[in-house]
Design a protein around this ligand. Sequence first.
Ligand code: UDP
Ligand code: MG
Length: 321
Amino acid sequence: MIAPSPLVTVLVPVKDEEEAIASFVQRVSVVLEGLGEPEGWEILFVDDGSRDATLAAIAAENRADPRIRCISLSRNFGKEAALSAGLDHAAGKAVIPLDVDLQDPPEVIATMVARWREGFDVVYGVRRNRESDSLPKRLTADLYYRAHNYLSADKIPEHAGDFRLLDRKVVDVIRMMPERNRFMKGLFAWAGFRQTAVEYNRAERELGTTKFNYWKLWTLALDGITSGSTLPLRVWSYLGGLVAVGTLFYAAYLVIRTFVHGGDVPGYPSLMVAILFFGGVQLLSLGVLGEYVGRILVETKHRPIYVVRETIGVPLQPITR
Ligand code: UDP
Ligand code: MG
């Protein structure tokens, strides 16, 4: 039986994590029991198209404790889509997305719930150290947060992951958002409400391996910037304007020089430089245009963000977007 509205839902997207499920459930249930809440809790897994025995492992946990639930997607839709699916099906008055690899210590949940009780609607976790990440990953992450916050109107807190507590109000706002491009950190930031941070130390991944390579992270970064800012689109008109003004002066200089010194043939290198430079700039700006147009295409198709194949202990929710 599903308890009517548990206090918190811990939302866990999983892809090929069969060896991590049991230890995760064990450690997180201790924390959730420790909250001592009569209103209870649930752990909601979103199986994001796992090809191993992840779903069977979750089903076993569900038989032992029906508060452990699952929705299983029809294929791998990516972590952002899996989180969206989880937010749609979470029953809790607060929802806490948490990775299954226990890099983010679940013990912080107690602090998050305490801050929530004080009246905050979003309590996001900030990594105090990123020593568990490699140096290139730390550097690129740092660069990304800076670039994103410089370009975008929705500032995302630096080094805050998806581990955070979201009040039901915030969850409902995010559920209403129609876009297919689900850059969750951007959506959380856009939603607003009373937000606060808790700091914690991030550990190494205990079991399994990371599901994110640099290409996936780069794609995620592009999604974040294109969904949060149109500056990359608009900057070209300014650059074009500057070049046009510069060219005007250069043309005047050429005319005067021809009058003074007479015409001369040389000029091949400067011509090549100009052609190559503007060829490059044009291709780049076309590429940026392509990034946005491609995303417009995806949005206009209005396809669902995810497809549910089966659920364990969760009623299937109609799509409300
Ligand atoms: N994950 C997912 N779908 C994906 C990739 C990852 O649901 O396509 C889940 C994964 O199982 C894990 C979480 O997202 O619970 C974070 O992934 P990971 O720990 O590999 O990322 P990292 O911490 O290395 O950024
Ligand atoms: Mg991880």
